[in-house]
Design a protein around this ligand. Sequence first.
Ligand code: C5P
Length: 244
Amino acid sequence: MLKTGGISLDVRLNNQRVMVALDVQSREEALVLAKALQGSGCWLKVGLELYSYTGPMMIQELKALGFPIFLDLKLHDIPTTVERAIRGFVQCGADMINVHCSGGYDMMARAGNAVREEGSKLKSIPKVIGVTVLTSMSETQFRQEMGVQRNLGEHVVELAVLAEQAGLDGVVASAKEATDIRKSTKADFLIVTPGIRPAWSEAQDQARVLTPSEALDAGSSYLVIGRPITRSEDPRQALERLWT
Ligand code: C5P
C-alpha cells in the first residue's frame, strides 16, 4: 500500500477531512496535542476557548507545525464590524474562518468579499463559511425561545442557500442536515459538521451524533471532532481509529 509520512494514503486522505477541535486553555496543552498529531494530515480548529487564552500568535505557531487552521470564532455583528475584524483574522493566517448566517445576507457578502480581497494580497485566500443553527439547539428551544415558525431542518437549508447566494464557501451544520443541504447547493459547497462520535467513544454533551463514516456518507466535507481525540491518552491513535 502506498504510504506517505508513515501512514497509508487512504488514511491520510480521510484525515485531511478531519478538523480536530483544540478546546484547551493554554499554548502548552495546544502544542502537546499538535505535536502528537503532526504529519497526520488533519486540520486543527482553534475556537473561542483557546483563542481567548492565547490570542492570534497561536494560529501562526500551529501553522508553523504544518497544519491548516480553522479559526472558529463565529463572528456575528453589524456588517462593517465583521468586515473590518475579519480582515485581521485573514492576516493571522487562518485557512478557514466563520460568521453566523443569522447576521444576514449583507453581513455574509461583505465578510466573503473582505476575506477574498485581503487573502489575495497575501496570496492565500481562506475559506469563509457560515454557522447555520448551533447543533446544541433543540427543535423545542428553536421554536419556543427563538420563536421561529418553520422547522429547524428547513431553516438550516434556507440559511445554507442564503450563505451560498452571499458568496460564502460553505456552512457549519449538523451532519443530519448535510443530505438536504447537498440537494440544495452546488456540488463544491462545503459542509463542515460537528457532533461526530466514533462508535467506540461516548456521546458526552453532543445530543445528535453520527459516526465519521456516516457523516461522510451524508455529504459532509469536513468533520469537526474534539474530545474523542483530544481527551484520549493517545490522540494520534484515536485519530487513526476513526476509520476502523
Ligand atoms: O468535543 P467535541 O467533538 O464535542 O467538539 C465539538 C467542537 O465543535 C467544539 O469545539 C464546538 O465548539 C464545535 N461546534 C459544535 N457545534 C456547532 C459548532 C461548533 O459542537 N454547531
